[in-house]
Design a protein around this ligand. Structure first.
Ligand SMILES: NC(=O)c1ccc[n+]([C@@H]2O[C@H](COP(=O)([O-])OP(=O)(O)OC[C@H]3O[C@@H](n4cnc5c(N)ncnc54)[C@H](O)[C@@H]3O)[C@@H](O)[C@H]2O)c1
Length: 442
């Protein structure tokens, strides 16, 4: 089937769905974008992108061409040939998968499913979810899967903020319920990529996506553990260790320590697999241990900060702390599961009350009971704080100025490596300055 004239609905116009919709539209397809969030729909209709990686100009261009229309109505799927689902898959407070968004969508589209429909799930989920959620709804609509309707899983791999990896050079892994499903889904996804990696089932594709993110989680946890060990031993700098190990041209992949994992994926996805594993009396200790180590990092950074503040003459409740970076990674504005927020909360619990932040990408924020407004970063202002914590190393920040003017710095990103020698007023995460054999500050 040629997909050029195919009409496609994309459900969930967030970080994944909106750029995907625009990419398909740019490649000549007619897209109906569906989202329950009326504010997002209004913004799109006003040619306004709310996704950092997608410019409003790009969005406006496909709208002007009539290639993208948007609605809050799931019933719009009935006029389209294919459906891609990109809704959130978070975890509950007890770290179990919250698949209610997928469930709501499939319930909502069920009355409109018909023969000829191709449904692709793109949200990250546990192995078996595509088959469990979508196939029964298709069959209930009288659709024989692989003959007169098709179902597949094709996970998203976007690297937010990356200019190097785009739709054009990131292969799409894809597995259908039947071979024909895989073929149909592959034909569609080939509209936006030259590289579809077909696998034998949705479960293989679902597991592959989880492996990719768990691989990162486990390796980050390993390096975080080694960073804390360097601090305990003293005198060994993990950043120098990583630099040295990275010269091995084979069998080693570089990961850096950090204040915790943010974003929608790496911190959450491992729990989808460990939850599923328990159904088979299988306890994925390794995966959960990695999550535990990574989730402890904001508390570790808060403890480093308390240790730093204990050297100050100012009593703890009066100390002022500045957090640089609340976005979860450099040069983006995404706050989801931000380590900066977690460090902030941990410090409040430990009695540090005066906390402010600077983030060039996040002018204001509100997360739970916390809210703030980014303050300006200059020499005079920096001198007011007993401690500055570097959580996110946005490239636009003048680190020399920060180090020159701060009373004390807790550096979780090795920002100190970007400045001239001779600075002594800082702890580096994993820098080996906390240990009994090391010295406080260099
Ligand atoms: N953000 C990433 O970098 C990334 C990368 C890879 C995979 N993923 C996965 O992609 C999926 C989507 O993530 P995201 O970051 O785009 O989430 P998001 O929160 O940015 O966007 C999801 C959108 O779905 C909408 N939505 C929720 N329920 C709906 C419903 N019933 N009908 C219509 N729309 C509905 C929300 O309003 C929201 O706009 C998740 O499974 C995530 O794990 C995300």
């Amino acid at each position: 089937m040629g997909y050029g004239n195919n009409k496609l609905s994309i459900i969930g116009l967030g970080y994944v769905g909106l750029p995907l919709a625009v990419e398909f539209a740019k490649n000549g397809m007619n897209i109906v974008g569906i989202d329950i969030d009326e504010v997002k729909i209004e913004k799109i209709n006003n040619n306004e992108s709310y996704i950092f990686d997608l410019s409003s100009e790009e969005l406006a261009a496909v709208i002007a061409q009539g290639r993208l229309t948007v609605t809050t109505e799931l019933s719009a799927v009935k006029d389209t040939d294919s459906i891609i689902i990109c809704v959130p898959t978070p975890v509950t407070v007890h770290k179990t998968p919250d698949v209610s968004y997928i469930q709501n969508v499939v319930d909502g589209i069920a009355p409109y499913l018909r023969k000829g429909h191709l449904v692709i799930l793109r949200s990250t989920t546990y192995p078996g979810a595509t088959r469990e959620f979508i196939v029964p709804k298709m069959e209930a609509a009288g659709i024989k899967i692989g003959t007169d309707g098709h179902v597949a899983f094709a996970p998203e791999r976007v690297d937010p903020g990356s200019e190097k990896f785009t739709f054009n050079n990131t292969p799409i892994v894809l597995g259908g319920i039947t071979k024909k499903c895989t073929e149909e889904a592959s034909n569609l996804m080939s509209m936006i990529t030259n590289d579809v990696v077909k696998v034998s089932s949705p479960e293989v594709a679902e597991m592959a996506k989880l492996l990719e993110n768990i691989f990162r989680s486990v390796n980050i946890a390993l390096i975080n553990e080694m960073a804390m060990l360097c601090d305990r031993i003293g005198g060994i700098d993990i950043w120098e260790v990583v630099r040295a190990a990275s010269t091995k041209p084979f069998g080693f992949m570089k990961f850096n320590p950090g204040p915790g994992i943010g974003g929608h994926c790496i911190q959450i996805d491992p729990y989808y697999l460990s939850w599923k594993a328990k159904e088979y009396n299988f306890y994925s200790d390794f995966i959960e241990q990695a999550a535990k180590t990574n989730e402890n990092m904001p508390h570790y950074v808060a403890d480093m900060t308390i240790q730093a503040l204990s050297m100050s003459a100012t009593p703890l409740p009066d100390c002022k702390v500045l957090i640089i970076g609340v976005a979860y990674k450099p040069d983006i504005d995404d706050l989801r599961n931000s380590p900066g927020i977690h460090v902030w909360e941990a410090l409040l619990e430990k009695g540090v009350k005066n906390i402010e932040y600077h983030d060039p990408f996040v002018p204001t924020f509100k997360e739970g009971s916390l809210k703030g407004e980014s303050i300006e970063l200059n020499g005079d202002m920096l001198k007011e704080f007993e401690c500055v914590i570097i959580i996110t190393d946005h490239t636009s920040i003048d680190w020399q100025m920060v180090f020159d003017n701060s009373k004390f710095i807790v550096d979780t990103r090795n920002a100190s490596s970007k400045i001239k020698e001779g600075i002594s007023n800082y702890y580096s995460l994993g820098g080996g300055q906390l240990g009994k054999n090391g010295t406080f500050g260099k």
